[in-house]
Design a protein around this ligand. Sequence first.
Ligand code: FAD
Length: 633
Amino acid sequence: SADIERHQYDVVVIGAGGAGLRAAVEARLAGKKTAIISKSLFGKAHTVMAEGGAAAAMGNVNSNDNWMVHFRDTMRGGKFLNNFRMAELHAHEAPDRIWELETYGALFDRTKDGKISQRNFGGHEYPRLAHVGDRTGLELIRTLQQKIVSLQQEDFAATGDFESGIRVFAETTIVELLLDGDRVAGAFGYRREDGGLVLFQAPAIVLATGGVGKSYKVTSNSWEYTGDGHALALRAGATLINMEFLQFHPTGMVWPPSVKGILVTESVRGDGGILKNSEGKRFMFDYVPDVFRKQYAETEEEADRWYTDPDNNRRPPELLPRDEVARAINSEIKAGRGTPSGGIYLDIASRRSPEFILKRLPSMHHQFKELADVDITKQPMEIGPTCHYVMGGVEVDPDSGAAAGTVQGLFAAGEVSGGMHGSNRLGGNSLSDLLVFGKRAGEHAASYVDSLGASRPKVSETDVEVARDTALAPLERTDGENPYTVWHDLQQVMQDLVGIIRRKAELEDSLKQLADLRGRVAKVSANGGRKFNPGWHLALDLRNMLVVSECTAKAALEREESRGGHTREDFPEMSPKWRQVNLVCSLSPSGEVSLLHQPVPTMRSELLGLFELSELKKYMTDEELAGYTETQV
Ligand code: FAD
């Protein structure tokens, strides 16, 4: 293993999106020697693509907003399956994390009186998303990178070395975590450009690798999102929860085919855009479920008045949580009322002036003009659901982000972690999640390192050899299948059998097909050498996509109800019994996925009392509500 480049750190953060960068800043502020590793170029993560904004109950645009209202909205959005403690911490701390970002140099759009402006979004009762036009994620990443550079300058002043406290390893993919007993001891990976192998020895690792969308054919996710962090955690002895819950965003582009799945921001609807079928009908009024009926307008007139007078009117049904809107669109298309390209119309052209659209949605205007030759100030867009976000993820301690299961020293934050969003995430709650839990994970990873004293875990050379051989195996096999063929088949199985609407027989079929794919994934071979070889990289990503897909399909078959991002045609209702259950995935040493039922943590009574009893009754059993008392605020 002489050809392996070696590094020693206190904290290694895998992932350079919002969660990873915020965690790294915190670990470095705690005095830890920190590495940030990213699969793609530094600065290119999903966080950059986030358009709408970051949800934080600052109450700048409507002073009725506060953390309790945000907490309620988040729990409602997740259909009460959320880890309540995470939702509570998130609602409490998001405003501080946004203000803090301005001290790092971010500049959010302003209200007339100079406060941070906030926009409306699906499922949020009040305007709550701090934003920078429709390029909020870019500002978030730009600022965090700037903060890192400023920390590096401080380190240079102190040590003469810019990278003495915090160093970025871009285009480096981690393929395995290494353990010493139950403790994390390191991370092993390769450099994309030259195929060089790298070992990071570190007692604490923060996973911040984002999502899993590339297991689906139609997705808003980009190439890096192959569930690496989820799979690394599983293989290290951590557990995943609620992997059946995937968010299909209602509005992805459907035409031209080469861009199918690319996201159309929810801000289009937040700023007045409406959905119409091929008959010109604004159909969302037909799809308001009972649990939400009190909060949504019943007529177009009321819905339209809401934009200018939200205190005296109810919200338009286009702004229902994403799972509801995606299912409604799916039903309209299925009923034959779709557009020529198999989508639905999203129309803002007939509702707002070109000046307004260009000011509020410049990226969307550019995206449709460039990719589809559609001018959204003049024509409606054609859109349809696209696989967007995974609510499930690494099971963590809510306060520290420490991974559950048998492993020590492993932390997770951001999209790769589970629990915060329950069965469905509200738009805008991700960017705030990254900041709140990224900071917490960085802080707790640092204090874990302190707690170890001199007894740091060690990497075993045998494990390094195994990781090296596993990584190079696809290059050494000559007669295996092409990884792209296998990937195509995996995506087809997930898209067709584990998609928006699920059925028992199809899920069973998916598990059979995934079992067949397992044999094929283990035998793929990649032509060519180690220098910039995407076929080789895909061969390594495939085993991650496969195990994560197995967790999703297994949990989807097990959960016999419909809730948030999991819809069973054969069990169309939400079940109060199932609301009490988290499905926990773990991996046996031989690589078998197993599922366990675990109780969803019970909400503290003063948090429960923030909701009306009549609302809670729609979700919970009488037994759970026996001790209910309304909280006085
Ligand atoms: P990411 O930002 O996804 O970053 C993951 C990082 O991990 C990357 O640096 C990647 O290279 C790295 N990585 C992955 N695997 C490995 C590996 N094996 N080795 C090394 N590095 C690895 N949310 C909102 O709240 N508001 C929005 O408006 C919004 N809009 C969105 C628009 C789009 C098009 C998309 C795709 C998502 C949007 N989301 C939005 C969701 C949100 O952007 C993501 O959930 C969030 O950015 C995830 O952040 P993260 O820090 O967890 O990971």
